[in-house]
Design a protein around this ligand. Structure first.
Ligand code: ADP
Ligand code: MG
Length: 277
């Protein structure tokens, strides 16, 4: 199988001192669906930023499509052909929709990327219409993105990425703050994209969706190292690991694929208020 991403002993520190990733080695193959899980601050977003060529390893090596990505080759050279290729292949959905949205209307927001790539306006229009329909947001086309609900904004952000038809999608906590119906819609969308052959890499701490949206799960520990990298179902069954990685607490139990809070009837535990998630 072809590895599209290959990290070799990658470490990353912000401003040279705040450790975010420690000695991360992993490969991701074309067409894989992978979840990156871990508690707050474990390094999920930083790992996605490396994969998207937004930041570069402080040490170690990162290869994408068999090219090493360094600041020198990726950032510094103007009109870099590989960078253009990379940008058309890889799409990123930010955790915070507001940083991704800046156009006066939803239509213009989605058209922006393809127009930047010099795709003829007539084709851009068709593509935008298609993606509006696919995302079920046609009726939002003339709305200002900033006035939309959280779930609507998320859909528009995903649309701005899908309109470029990337092979690889990186999503940072896409289900956070979505209502249950929109969450289900998102799960189905990620499944469909996976079945269409896309590589889908999702950072999340929503354990309930992991084995629906991915076959593989990478667990980041609080020490910023990869704690486990295995079949999603295997990871979800590793109760000790999930506790150690601060993904569940001791009063949550894993039943099959779903994680439930388990109400103990011991007096003591109630008194200590352990049941708040
Ligand atoms: P996660 O996405 O898993 O919550 P992050 O990758 O955002 O984790 O963060 C990993 C570590 O890097 C954390 O300790 C965080 O405080 C730190 N960090 C993240 N972004 C920045 C930044 N822009 N500047 C300084 N430190 C940062
Ligand atoms: Mg994050």
């Amino acid at each position: 199988m072809e590895a599209i991403f290959d990290l070799r002993n990658v470490s990353y520190s912000y401003v040279g001192k705040i450790l975010a990733l420690k000695d991360v080695s992993l490969k991701i193959n074309r067409g894989e669906r992978v979840s990156i899980i871990g508690s707050n601050g474990s390094g999920k977003s930083t790992l996605l930023a490396i994969l998207n060529g937004l930041v570069y390893p402080t040490s170690g090596e990162f290869y994408a499509f068999n090219n090493q990505i360094t600041e020198e080759v990726f950032d510094a050279i103007k009109d870099n052909e590989f960078r253009s290729y990379f940008r058309t292949k890889v799409g990123f959905v930010f955790q915070n929709s507001d940083v991704q949205l800046f156009s006066p209307t939803v239509f213009e927001e989605i058209a922006f990327g393809p127009l930047q790539l010099n795709i003829p306006p007539r084709e851009v229009r068709t593509r935008v219409e298609d993606v509006l329909e696919m995302m079920e947001i046609s009726k939002l086309r003339d709305r200002s993105p900033h006035t939309l609900s959280g779930g609507e904004k998320k859909k528009v952000c995903i649309a701005t990425v899908l309109v470029n038809n990337p092979d690889v999608l990186l999503l940072d906590e896409p289900s956070a703050g979505l209502d249950p119906r929109t969450q289900l819609w998102l799960v189905e969308l990620l499944q469909d994209l996976g079945h269409a052959g896309k590589t889908v890499i999702t950072a999340t701490h929503d354990l309930e969706i992991i084995d629906m949206i991915s076959k593989r799960a990478i667990v980041m520990g609080e020490d910023h190292r990869v704690k486990m990298d295995d079949d999603a179902k295997t990871v979800l069954c590793d109760y000790e690991l999930l506790i150690a990685s601060n993904l569940i607490h001791e009063h949550m139990h894993v039943h099959g694929k779903l994680v439930h809070e388990h109400l103990h009837d011991h007096e003591e535990e109630h008194k200590h208020g352990h049941l708040t998630a």
